[in-house]
Write a new protein. Structure first.
Length: 106
């Protein structure tokens, strides 16, 4: 699966998502884009899902018309130490993620 890490997530999460092609918003040079524009660019570039901590994205976007899937991580902070415990559940969620859907990982 081709995944995009939102700018609120560290690139150090990339190697923890083994078996997936993982890029960051910074690497793609898409910093500062609104969520709608970012999702459109991600879909255009062939990304299957955006991984973010932006819980508001589900209220800002029409979830029935998402251009690519969104996975929202819910953690105390975006520090790697708070995200690492979510990785097993994240990998499981990615394994069953439907196209153009929204999922939460707690």
């Amino acid at each position: 699966m081709k995944l995009l890490l939102d700018e609120n997530l560290s690139h150090r999460l990339r190697p923890l998502l083994a078996g997936h092609e993982v890029f960051t918003v910074a690497f793609m040079r898409w910093r500062g884009l609104s969520n709608g524009a970012l999702l459109a660019k991600a879909a255009e570039a062939g990304f299957d899902a955006l991984i973010t901590m932006d819980a508001g994205i589900q209220y800002e976007q029409n979830l029935s018309a998402l251009p690519c899937s969104v996975v929202i991580l819910e953690a105390e902070s975006n520090a790697l130490e708070h995200l690492k415990p979510l990785v097993p559940q994240l990998l499981q969620t990615l394994g069953s993620l439907k196209p153009q859907s929204c999922a939460r990982v707690r």
